[in-house]
Design a protein around this ligand. Structure first.
Ligand SMILES: [Zn+2]
Length: 528
């Protein structure tokens, strides 16, 4: 008999043989049957929990193939000053936040915007000093180019009326008194960095717990994480206590490949809830910072074509060593030259070490020449992409790289060439919310809409494809396609129920629907 039966639903299984079903039966942590209401209900006994989906859409749990989980959690723990409509609300939000904090703990985050206030004036330290005598406060403006520090922070950082402005920044000072107002612009914010304490074990755990809750509310049941050693220790402890609320594939830097080798850890080693064996490395930087590596100079800055992190020889050697150690490589590459280099390094490693099911992956795979798309397929390299980056970057990408945007964010080209694609978000760089990625993948429009028909619409994909990449595609990218990623008997019962049918609602409405229920390993972990 089943523990849990969900019936009267529209279940998109991501299985070609039976793409749609009405009902599923779950026992222990796995799906035991998928099909029509009448046949599945036969598996219900008197102890079976019955859930009427009332015609709602259910999907396999989302698997975010690239994120920074602790950073995301820290963002969630931080103070949110966006709702402040004037100075008074700004102060009262900070006051309320501090009330729940231990004495001495820092207040960071913020996202205030004085442009929304009637005065349109920058806040100053005098506004908050009286309510924050025992807690250092450093809250940033929405754009991250400005922060307000309280007097305690200025004191800890040794910033006084006599401190000169650093190159590329400003310590804003009162015109009459000459005293710092608390506003630090750009590089002046780094004067404070050295006094911000390192992250405590306790705060790291709180961040991870907040991130897990957020993931469950969004239907994200698996994450592939750029983890630190400290994160890994916490994941292990949560796993031991049965409190790990999301499946984690924890990556470590490729420079630790010799440690992995010595201990005998290879790709996809571990438990259904916690795995190791993916080694992260960087080939280049980012397009926004002008450090992504291209064959030709930037359109808006002909003096540079980006910066490689390693020389091509160093990269080839590192990739060869990590591949020989049996690890999976997750290589960050944005520019067309960075993608070409890493593909070449993968080909060389295969020639030297022999062909195996390595599933090396290129994180971002943002600008890829047409011939190189074929190389992904030939080498079995996975394109690990973040559709939300596209609808953010498309505002300025053409200005930066000119007609090379034709080779950018090419999801449909990858699929047509037979390349394995995985979907993620790069949270906390972009929101963790899968709705945004699905919307981006099917529309290639800004969150508010436009350009009409989508930006380079030939690379749009269908909703069914987008969901498949966010579930099975990401599961394949972590060697887990046989145990999760679709609704199939024998697979782990990770499922998300959506309030609205995202196959039917106009793309823009995808962003305003919500998750009704999340099931992880057969247990309801979130319910609206
Ligand atoms: Zn990242």
């Amino acid at each position: 008999m089943a523990d849990l039966v969900l019936f009267n639903g529209k279940i998109f299984t991501v299985e070609a043989g039976l793409p749609w079903a009405q009902a599923v039966a779950i026992r222990d942590s796995k799906f035991v049957a998928v099909g029509m209401d009448a046949e599945i209900k036969k598996l219900a006994g008197k102890n079976t929990e019955m859930v009427d989906l009332k015609g709602k859409l259910a999907l396999p749990g989302f698997n975010d193939a690239h994120l920074h989980f602790t950073n995301g959690g820290l963002y969630l723990l931080g103070i949110d000053l966006r709702p402040a409509r004037d100075e008074k609300e700004f102060v009262s939000i900070i006051k309320e936040y501090i009330r729940k904090l231990p004495q001495g703990e820092w207040v960071t985050g913020g996202n205030w915007d004085h442009e929304n206030w009637p005065s349109k004036k920058h806040p100053n330290k005098e506004l908050i000093d009286a309510i924050s005598a025992d807690n250092p406060v450093l809250v940033s403006r929405l754009d991250g180019h400005m922060a307000l520090a309280n007097s305690l922070v200025l004191k800890l950082a040794g910033i006084t009326r006599d401190t000169p402005n650093p190159q590329g920044g400003e310590i804003v000072k009162d015109k009459k008194t000459g005293e710092p107002t608390g506003i630090l612009r750009d590089t002046a914010m780094t004067l404070v960095d050295r006094v911000v304490p390192p992250l405590s074990r306790d705060k790291r755990e709180r961040a991870i717990r907040a991130a897990m809750r957020h993931a469950q509310e969004l239907g994200v049941t698996s994450v592939q994480d750029n983890s630190s050693a400290e994160d890994l220790a916490i994941y292990q402890e949560l796993l031991r206590k049965g409190e790990l609320g999301v499946r984690v594939n924890a990556w470590r830097g490729a420079d630790s490949w010799e440690d992995f080798q010595r201990i005998g850890i290879t790709a996809a080693c571990g438990d259904p809830f916690l795995r190791l064996g993916t080694a992260k490395l960087f080939v280049d930087g980012s397009m926004g910072a002008g450090t992504a590596l291209f064959f030709e100079p930037y359109a808006d800055d002909p003096s540079t074509s980006g910066l490689p992190i390693h020389t091509q020889e160093q990269l080839n050697l590192l990739v060869k060593n990590v591949d020989r150690a049996g690890l999976q490589i997750a290589a960050h590459a944005i520019g067309d030259k960075a993608n070409a280099w890493i593909l070449d390094a993968f080909a060389k490693a295969r020639a030297a070490n022999g062909r195996r099911d390595a599933r090396h992956r290129i994180e971002h795979s943002q600008v890829v020449r047409p011939d190189d798309v074929q190389c992904f397929a030939e080498l079995g390299v996975i394109a690990s992409v973040q559709p939300c980056h596209c609808i953010d970057d498309m505002r300025w990408a053409e200005k930066r790289i000119g007609k090379r945007v034709n080779d950018a964010y090419r999801w449909r080209s990858f699929l047509e060439a037979g390349v394995h694609v995985a979907f993620g978000t790069d949270w906390d760089v972009e929101p963790l919310d899968p709705r945004l990625g699905l919307y981006a993948a099917v529309s290639r429009e800004l969150p508010g809409g436009g350009p009409a028909g989508g930006w380079h619409p030939g690379e749009k994909i269908t909703m069914a494809q987008a969901i498949e990449l966010y579930t099975m595609g990401s599961a394949y990218a972590e060697f887990q396609e046989n145990v999760k990623g679709s609704v199939k008997p024998g697979k782990f019962a990770d499922l998300v129920v959506m309030e609205n049918n995202i196959f039917e609602i106009f793309p823009k409405k995808i962003l305003t629907t919500s998750v009704a229920m999340t099931i992880l390993a057969g247990k309801i972990v979130f319910k609206k």
